[in-house]
Ligand binder design. Structure first.
Ligand code: A3P
Length: 309
């Protein structure tokens, strides 16, 4: 471990026992760090980012609360920013890799190799994803600083995000031989803010406010809107990233090619995204297939009963 990392580790060891603990959604525990519930490994990730991540103004950070459309936006943004590097034929990386293998999670990557040097070795522009709440990012990344990054945030109806998370966690739990978490118990946890980087609404509000204050640094999208008008939003993302589509690209139908490449139907039917791992691997808890379920708006209606409020 690099010396700076040793220091952060020591600090983490001191802080962790002082944090409030809540039940996790699997057999883990969540800790309340700076107002947000998270597994201990991500508390450490947040601290490492705070102390060691060196932002660049060209960085693009896809920020999401889990289950709000991370996989989809990873694919869309990857396809937008790399549209001149790959054609849309059979060799496109999105046809061979799950989006998370092309767009790493910052709070996971910051651990790797025991120093930030890998992150620093990545060429600009770096495209990373993150579940970190806006307020947990150091000031150097956020809007008032010259090194501020660009954030694309995607929000989703919390009822759909909750149902998606409940299915996801129970799928992972079943594979680990863990008992299923009932919908009612999960709902109580979620409602009380005890979910991955919850409270959910605080996560959303942080980015919503930041997008109002700095619209050129934070783009706030809604899953439902992107689903309804994907082409409009692909253009919007490209403009936000200063990579608008040229007239030639429009004539060639590049926007539609990107939309089709990244659609739920296309991605979820690829061999690479059908992989189910029977065992937890060192790197990942979840399988590629776990990130594709229905991909629809309003599935909550099939799970949550509105009659009892
Ligand atoms: P559902 O469980 O409602 O189907 P995340 O990627 O943030 O983990 O979110 C997963 C959710 O996004 C799942 O929702 C998943 O089916 C959906 N999803 C994955 N890929 C998608 C795509 N290309 N288009 C639309 N939704 C997608």
């Amino acid at each position: 471990l690099e010396e700076g990392y040793e220091k952060t580790n020591k600090m983490f060891d001191e802080i962790l026992p002082t944090l409030a603990k809540g039940d996790g959604w699997l057999d883990d525990q969540y800790f309340q760090y700076q107002g947000f519930w998270q597994p201990s490994i991500f508390v450490k990730g947040s601290m490492l980012i705070h102390q060691h991540f060196k932002p660049r103004p060209t960085d693009i950070i896809l920020s999401t609360s889990p289950k709000c459309g991370t996989t989809w936006l990873r694919a869309l943004i990857f396809a937008i920013i790399n549209r001149n590097s790959y054609d849309f034929g059979e060799n496109h990386p999105l046809l061979k890799s799950n989006p998370r293998d092309l767009v790493p999670l910052l709070e996971r990557l910051i651990h790797e190799g025991g120093s930030a040097s890998f992150l620093e070795s990545l060429p600009s522009p770096r495209f990373l994803s993150s579940h970190l709440p806006f307020s947990l990012f150091p000031n150097s990344l956020t809007s008032s600083s010259a090194s501020a990054c660009r954030f694309v945030y995607i929000f989703r109806d919390p009822k759909d995000a909750f149902v998606s998370m409940w299915h996801f966690m129970n799928k992972l739990g079943a594979r680990e031989g863990l008992p299923q978490l009932s919908l009612d118990d999960a709902f109580d946890l979620f409602r009380n803010g005890v979910s991955f980087y919850g409270p959910f609404w605080d996560h959303v509000l942080g980015f919503w406010k930041a997008s109002l204050e700095s619209p050129n640094k934070v783009l706030f999208l809604k899953y439902e809107d992107v689903k309804r008008e994907p082409s409009v939003h692909v253009r919007k993302i490209a403009e936000f990233l200063d990579l608008p589509f040229s007239a030639d690209e429009e004539n060639e139908g590049i926007v539609e090619k990107i939309v089709n490449l990244c659609s739920f139907e296309n991605l979820s039917n690829l061999d690479v995204n059908k992989i189910v791992r029977e065992e937890k691997t060192r790197r990942y808890f979840a399988s590629n297939s776990d990130f594709f379920r229905k991909g629809q708006v309003g599935d909550w209606i099939n799970h949550l009963d509105t009659r009892n409020g």
